[in-house]
Structure formats: structure tokens, C-alpha cells
Design a protein around this ligand. Structure first.
Ligand code: MF3
Ligand code: CO
Ligand code: CO
Length: 319
């Protein structure tokens, strides 16, 4: 989610350190896709059967208050519901990822995700959230996040992040991964995806009760710096549970924000790394976020539950 959407967070972060100097790439051609991403037609909104439970923002409309300042923890039934929502989100992401191929449109991926989620008795959380028009986010090449599925056909050499969130049994599960399309993605883009996954895994590995949330940013930034990759600062991880987005705000860059993890709390970590500039530009649709210099971006996300000894990954793939 965007840090500006996190209530009052903008002022709270006014003292955040300035961006580090840009590391200049040897050849900008190596870090940019051949064709700049452009908007394509977006298909009509897909219906959700009436028997499916909707999150409260669906009927409240575009300007609904969608953020909670409280962290979210759960009783035994709530934990079971979080596990079920996380497992469904992971299964949907695995299946959507298996669809990725040259010639497939992101609209087709959206329709597939929509039908699988609804077929499992869940609501696709992005649909109407803050006015978002589709059931999943698909972010191609230089798109950092919140890409709107449309009629563009994926091409051999593209990369695409699929970000699935489902609302099942009154709880959201939120997970994303970045996939290559066909065999021809540049080596640098493949490295970007692999390091993004590794940064997420390293951040997960340090989590547990009493650990500072800021240790997540340390873990991610340490890896990104060593690999000469940018860390996007304007989009953050978040508490997730009965509410889609809540405190804690999870910064992916090095920071000194206060707060420690408590057993039973659920939140996401979702680093966005870049080959060039980590500065985002927002399209006129008010959703699609691309890197300012058009360089590739990758993201990976899991929903986590803080446990006695560490965290449980609620959105584990392949289970
Ligand atoms: N899944 C995104 C996240 O990780 C949020 C998407 S909101 C949407 O927080 F409206 F763009 F779908
Ligand atoms: Co998220
Ligand atoms: Co997400």
C-alpha cells in the first residue's frame, strides 16, 4: 500500500532520511525494457455473486475509510481464518503464475483470478478497494505496483508481478511474486527478481516477538545495497487481517521508526526493488506506479503471523 494512504503517516515520517545518491548504471539500456509500458483498454467490471461476503469498503464506495490505526491480532478462530485466507491467496497466486506466457493478457489473468477466488467462496479484495477496477494487481516491467489488468499481451522478455489478495471468512490474505514471461528476460531483470525474493526471505527470517519493525528495513536495505539495487520508499507493508490495511507500517528501507512485533499480530512485508531509479511516478489512472527512469522493478510479498519463535508464513507457495 502507499505510505500516504496510511493515516497520518506522511507527517510522522517527515524526519525520514533523504534518498541516498543514485547509483549510476553503466548502461541504462541494460536496466530498461525495450518498450515503454502504456495503458491499454480495461474491460468491464466483473460481477461477484450475492452470496459472497464483501469487505465493508465495497458498499461504502470509493472514498471509504479503508485504513485502521490498530495492529491486528486474533483469537484461535481468527488465526484459523487467517491461515485459510493466506492459503487461498497462495494457491491463487501459484495458479495465476502458471498462466503467465507470451500472448496472454493481464485481463485474462484478472478474469482467472476473479473466477478462482469467487469459486472458493471468497471476495477478490482489490475489486473496488479505493476505486480499484479489477480483482488483482498486475505490474509489468517498470511498473512498481498497482498495475491495472488490461488488454496488453505479455511478451517474451517481460516480467510481471501478480499481487493477489482474497477476503475469506472475514479475513484478508495478501501475497505477490514477480514472474518472467518466456525465456528472454534480461539477466539483470532475472537477478532483480531473485534478489527481491532473497530480501523478503531475509526480512522474514529476523521476525519474531520483541523484534523491532525497523529491523525489516535493515535486512532488505543491506541486501539491496550489496546488490546495487534501489529500494522503493513510497509503498509499504502493512497490518492485514479483518482490515485490508492497518498499522503497523512496514518500511522496506533502513529506518528508525519505533515499534516492536507482538505474538499473534499479522502483517505483510512486500519489498519493491529496482535496477535504476527507485523513485515512483503515478499514471493518470491514479493507480499504476512506474519507476521515474523506466527501469525494471520487482516485488514479492507474504502475509505473516508472529509466533512464539518467529513468524509463520501464511501465504506459503506450493502447499
Ligand atoms: N495488494 C496490495 C498490497 O499489497 C494492495 C492493492 S490495493 C488495490 O497492499 F486496490 F490496488 F488492489
Ligand atoms: Co500488501
Ligand atoms: Co499485495
Amino acid at each position: 500500500m502507499s505510505r500516504w494512504a496510511a493515516g497520518g503517516l506522511a507527517g510522522h515520517l517527515a524526519h525520514a532520511a533523504a534518498d541516498p545518491p543514485l547509483v549510476l548504471a553503466l548502461s541504462s539500456a541494460a536496466i530498461k525494457p525495450a518498450d515503454k509500458l502504456r495503458p491499454h483498454p480495461v474491460s468491464a467490471r466483473l460481477p461477484v455473486p450475492a452470496h459472497i461476503e464483501r469487505p465493508p469498503y465495497v458498499d461504502a464506495g470509493k472514498d471509504a475509510d479503508t485504513y485502521s490505526d490498530s495492529e491486528q491480532s486474533h483469537d484461535a478462530a481468527g488465526v484459523a481464518a487467517m491461515r485459510a485466507a493466506g492459503a487461498l491467496a497462495a494457491r491463487v497466486l501459484d495458479a495465476a503464475g502458471a498462466m503467465v506466457a507470451p500472448g496472454v493478457t493481464t485481463d485474462e489473468i484478472d478474469r482467472f483470478v476473479h473466477e478462482m477466488v469467487v469459486g472458493a467462496g471468497a471476495y477478490p479484495s482489490p475489486l473496488t478497494y479505493g476505486g480499484f477496477p479489477k480483482s488483482v494487481c498486475t505490474s509489468v516491467n517498470e511498473c512498481i505496483c498497482h498495475g491495472i489488468p488490461d488488454a496488453r499481451r505479455l511478451k517474451d522478455g517481460d516480467i510481471v508481478n501478480i499481487d493477489v489478495t482474497v477476503f475469506l471468512g472475514g479475513h484478508h490474505g495478501d501475497t505477490s511474486r514477480t514472474f518472467t514471461v518466456g525465456p528472454s528476460a534480461p539477466v539483470e531483470a532475472k537477478r532483480l527478481i531473485a534478489v527481491t525474493e532473497r530480501a523478503l526471505a531475509a526480512a522474514i527470517a529476523i521476525c519474531g516477538p520483541g523484534v523491532r519493525y525497523s529491523a525489516i528495513g535493515d535486512a532488505i536495505q543491506t541486501i539491496a545495497d550489496a546488490e546495487r539495487l534501489g529500494v522503493v520508499r513510497e509503498f509499504v507493508g502493512h497490518g492485514v487481517g479483518r482490515v485490508f490495511h492497518s498499522n503497523p507500517v512496514i518500511l522496506h528501507h533502513r529506518n528508525r521508526e519505533p515499534g516492536t512485533m507482538s505474538e499473534g499480530t499479522t502483517f505483510t512485508i512486500e519489498p519493491m526493488l529496482t535496477l535504476g531509479s527507485a523513485k515512483p511516478l503515478m499514471w493518470g489512472d491514479d493507480w499504476t506506479c512506474v519507476t521515474a527512469d523506466g527501469s525494471y522493478a520487482a516485488q514479492a510479498e507474504h502475509t505473516l503471523l508472529v509466533t512464539k519463535g518467529g513468524v509463520e508464513i501464511l501465504t506459503k507457495s506450493g502447499v
